[in-house]
Design a binder for this molecule. Structure first.
Ligand code: GDP
Length: 465
């Protein structure tokens, strides 16, 4: 059998790319696009804060927000109006809890953003993971009201768990929105007290000082979200950026647009012309152009990219970071599934059968043992694996080995484990070093998330077509 590099898919005519996309991209100065996830304890004010951000950015019109205000007044939940912008389903409104991962788009003059609004409710952690595993960075919202920060930070609060999760999923930066400071009369001591405690914790899980920042704000009143606060008390001690300014500062996320194409397919649907297939996808690395022949992993079927669209505009090419819609020719719909990865024809992603991962172990009722099964998730890709080795337990902040070949893994531990696919399947995979998006995985057992982390090594791959 051939090695992965030697596989040559059967295509009649292979169209070669025509333009140097990297060169064109450099010349166009297109706005960078950034995905971020919003996490934090339930009721910290995530939805309100994001609704406010969208509203102040002009991404929601006045009439819509007025309707939300009227509707929420009727239900006697006046202050929820902004949150409603984000929590769109009826059921969520009734319950007042954000349930699914909601995505919203807005842009500033410098950067365009997609918010992945992650629910804070305990039952909904898996949705949060789906968001965090696609995020360039995280906004951690904490409630600064008396005792509320403490409730979210200590005991069974979700602040720590969420921060740990985004870290173990490879999110490199975190902005802490010290929210509801209006409830504290904008007192500096409260901001400092929260900042100091969180900084120590964030350092302990591996976020350095330069990977964290803290913004005193009020989502409800719109202070320091998009507009600088006019509160004199706050202005007397805080001269730093607003949340938006800080978000824009982080646009220096490095994406390799010259690397081999990696594009995660999120949706597959039949086009208007029945011989064509439409897909929605996100480009993780590299670039793609119309007229290019690419390959789909794991089916290893090649296909011709006929049309590229970004936000309903036709484009000749697209690059890493773009969310795109493509029209494909020369491929049957059965060879494409959500979760598949479309790649450069000459350098497809590995189809992993065995890999090692550095993971954080979640709250478990029973410790994780060698030989148990787990479903591995990355975005929409899933596959059943067996945990074949517990290699080591690591110090969470330094990464040093504390113990080799542990007999089991307990809640909160950081560890390296080996997994092998069950049956004939495979998983399109790269190491976290190779690809920050595609090298992150989540492990679940019986519907519970048991671990999440980054891929260290791909040990064995499928070698035949
Ligand atoms: P989530 O569960 O984190 O999404 O929190 P919500 O956005 O639903 O907000 C929870 C509650 O806190 C609601 O009653 C909000 O009106 C209130 N709230 C949110 N942000 C602020 C704020 O900045 N200041 C004050 N005083 N209340 C807020």
């Amino acid at each position: 059998s051939l090695s992965i590099q030697e596989q040559v898919p059967t295509v009649v005519t292979v169209k070669q790319p025509k333009v140097d996309v990297a060169e064109q991209y450099a010349a166009t100065k297109r706005k960078p696009h950034i995905n971020f996830v919003v996490v934090g304890h339930v009721d910290a004010g995530k939805s309100t804060l994001m609704g406010r951000l969208m509203y102040d950015m002009g991404a929601i019109d006045e009439r819509t927000i007025n309707k939300y205000k009227r509707d929420s007044d009727k239900m006697g939940k006046g202050s929820f109006a902004f949150a409603w912008v984000m929590d769109q389903s009826e059921e969520e409104r009734e319950r007042g809890v954000t349930m699914d991962i909601a995505t919203s788009y807005f842009e500033s003059p410098k950067v365009s953003f997609t918010i992945l609004d992650a629910p804070g409710h305990k039952d909904f952690v898996p949705n949060m993971i789906a968001g965090a595993s696609e995020a360039d960075f995280a906004v951690l919202v904490v409630d600064s009201s008396p005792n509320a920060f403490e409730a979210g930070f200590l005991h069974s609060g979700q602040t720590k768990e969420h921060a740990l999760l985004v870290r173990s999923l490879g999110v490199q930066r975190i902005i802490v929105a010290v929210n509801k400071l209006d409830n504290m009369a904008w007192a500096e001591y409260r901001f400092t007290e929260i900042k100091d405690q969180l900084q120590v914790f964030l350092n302990s899980i591996g976020f350095t000082g330069s990977q964290t920042s803290f913004i005193p704000c009020s989502g409800l009143y719109g202070d320091n979200i998009v507009n600088k606060s006019a509160e004199e008390e706050l202005l007397s001690w805080y001269k730093g950026p607003t949340l938006l300014e800080e978000l824009e500062n982080l646009r220096l996320v490095q994406r390799d647009i010259k690397a081999p194409l990696r594009m995660s397919i999120t949706d597959v649907f039949r086009g208007t012309n029945s011989s064509l297939v439409n897909i929605a996808a996100r480009i993780n690395s590299g670039n793609v152009q119309t007229g290019e022949t690419t390959i789909v992993v794991p089916s290893m079927e090649s296909t011709l990219v006929k049309t590229i669209m970004i936000s309903n505009n036709l484009r000749d090419w697209a690059v890493a970071g773009d969310n795109v819609e493509l029209i494909l020719a020369n491929i049957d719909m059965m060879h494409l599934r959500a979760g598949d990865v479309m790649c450069s024809l000459s350098a497809p992603i590995k189809r992993a059968r065995i890999f090692t991962a550095r993971v954080i172990i979640f709250q478990l009722r029973i410790p994780l043992i060698k030989g148990s099964n787990a479903i591995v998730y990355r975005g929409r890709t899933t596959e059943a694996f067996k945990i074949t080795k517990l290699i080591s337990v690591l110090d969470k902040s330094t990464g040093k080995i504390l113990k080799s070949k542990p007999r089991h893994l307990a809640s909160g531990q950081s560890a390296i484990i080996e997994l092998e696919v069950i049956g004939k399947g495979c998983f399109p995979l790269e190491t976290f070093k190779e690809n920050k998006d595609l090298g992150r995985v989540v492990l679940r057992q019986d519907g519970n998330t048991v671990a999440a982390g980054v891929v260290e090594d791909v040990i064995s791959v499928v070698t035949d077509l």
